[in-house]
Design a protein around this ligand. Structure first.
Ligand SMILES: Cc1cc2nc3c(=O)[nH]c(=O)nc-3n(C[C@H](O)[C@H](O)[C@H](O)COP(=O)(O)OP(=O)(O)OC[C@H]3O[C@@H](n4cnc5c(N)ncnc54)[C@H](O)[C@@H]3O)c2cc1C
Length: 411
């Protein structure tokens, strides 16, 4: 059977792939295929994240990508569940020094970030009543929390109304360059109108692309292909001969109740311990990046153990009203971590057929609108226009330390 032809095929329909599909079809009439093993995205980072968006980053490109997304969210806050209530970041002595080194960059870019004393923190959020170990704090007034699912659905709905074909249940297994384009071979988990089977999807994604049983194989041909496969991007890159040192790393998030504490007037709060938290419906959501977490496709939420070891102690220390927290539930998802904790974005072959946008290292949700726009411009115009993200090209990893964009402001 002759493979169906597309102008552009995007592998991965998370926030990044969906944003790109939106921007491409918004700019020009063209045929775009968006492929994913599971459009529901049960194990995708876009479904499992904390929804925080902020401009405080070490590098200008990361600041600007977040800014573009924040501006977009602020343009239709209700559509994206955007609560622009700020990002309050508490620093111990060391981190306060780091912040102060960055402050001139924030000032030069006129970012609306206030510096707060520990006493001002307490005044702003009276629940925070242990301030003796806080050296200083910053408050990004334009930052906030949004609903990543609503943003992803917006991108998808808009793209679908133009000429974007969704190929669900497509487990991409081979990518080959041919004389007339790039051929993608995928196993079809939706054959005979089936929904992708949950267990099958989990087995494949948690094993980081294991071999499957005999599913029907299908092919499509595209002039250009984009790897937006999140924590699986290195595996996809291998299919076209590109070796990357980007790794999946588990991150856990807990949901709990805290009687007498109402954080609904606050945005995200990041404690000196690294625990971040915000109001989530009538509950509180908190996450923490456990140190030395091994890389791997691990989706196990450790439940009470994680909550009692990592979430409860720092919060009970910081807020006397948080002594009695009631753990409800939680989940684990994957950060897609690059060697310098900045994303990988760019064209990776000499004849401009293969592009990548992945490894956002825990900040892809807040950069998704900006990255989709930048990459769509690179693909359609041959150069970045609105924002230059060439510093994120994967070749930086071969060009030495000075080209790395090491980000230490991740949580
Ligand atoms: C606990 C947690 C908290 C986070 N908090 C924040 C936050 O507050 N703010 C923020 O900005 N970011 C946050 N992030 C990070 C953010 O979620 C990610 O950076 C972002 O969602 C990445 O989107 P993506 O589209 O690149 O990847 P994904 O959403 O993971 O999408 C990749 C897609 O590729 C598909 N795929 C993989 N392999 C194949 C294959 N072989 N064939 C077909 N399809 C395939 C997968 O099914 C998946 O749907 C958090 C992440 C986690 C885990």
């Amino acid at each position: 059977m002759t493979p169906q032809k597309f102008d552009i095929a995007i592998i991965g329909a998370g926030l990044i792939g969906s944003s790109l599909a939106y921007h491409l079809t918004n700019r020009r009439s063209m045929s775009v295929a968006l492929l994913d093993i599971d459009f529901e995205g049960k194990y995708s980072s876009s479904e499992l994240n904390a929804g925080g968006a902020r401009v405080e980053w070490f590098h200008r490109v990361n600041i600007e990508l977040s800014q573009l997304t924040l501006d977009f969210l602020a343009s239709q806050p209700d559509q994206f569940g955007f609560r622009q209530k700020g990002y309050l970041w508490l620093y111990d002595k060391n981190k306060w020094k780091t912040y102060q080194r960055l402050a001139p960059l924030f000032k030069s870019l006129e970012l609306p970030i206030e510096e707060l004393s520990p006493q001002e923190v307490h005044k702003r959020v009276p629940y925070i009543d242990e301030i003796s170990d806080i050296a200083g704090a910053s408050f990004g007034a334009r930052d906030g929390i949004f609903n990543p699912n609503l943003l992803k659905q917006f991108f998808r709905t808009q793209a679908k109304q133009k000429d974007c074909t969704f190929i669900d249940g497509a487990y991409v297994k081979a990518i080959e360059k041919q004389s007339d384009g790039v051929q993608i071979t995928y196993e079809d988990l939706c054959a005979d109108s089936k929904r992708p089977n949950d267990k099958e999807v989990f087995d494949i994604l948690s094993a980081g692309m294991a071999s499957t049983q005999d599913l029907p194989q299908k092919k499509i041909l595209a002039s250009r292909v984009v790897n937006a496969a999140g924590a699986w991007a290195s595996k996809i890159a291998k299919l076209y001969g590109h070796t990357l040192d980007c790794k999946p790393v588990r991150r856990q998030v807990s949901i709990f109740d805290c009687k007498g504490v109402d954080l609904s007037s606050c945005g995200m709060i990041v404690d000196t311990s690294g625990v971040y938290f915000h109001a989530e419906a009538e509950h509180i959501l908190a996450g923490f990046a456990t140190p030395n977490e091994p890389s791997g496709y691990n989706f196990t939420y450790e439940g009470d153990r994680f909550f009692e070891e990592h979430i409860w102690p720092p919060l009970a220390h910081r807020m006397s009203k948080a002594q009695a927290l009631k753990h409800i539930t939680g989940w684990a998802g994957l950060y897609e971590v690059s060697p310098d904790h900045s994303a990988v974005v760019g064209c990776v072959d000499s004849n401009a057929q293969i592009y990548e946008a992945h490894s956002f290292s825990g900040h892809g949700a807040m950069q998704s609108y900006g990255v989709g726009l930048a990459l769509a411009e690179l693909i359609l115009d041959g150069k970045f226009q609105t924002i230059d993200v060439s510093a994120l090209h994967p070749r930086r990893f071969q060009e030495g330390l000075s080209k790395l964009l090491y980000e230490d402001f991740h949580i």
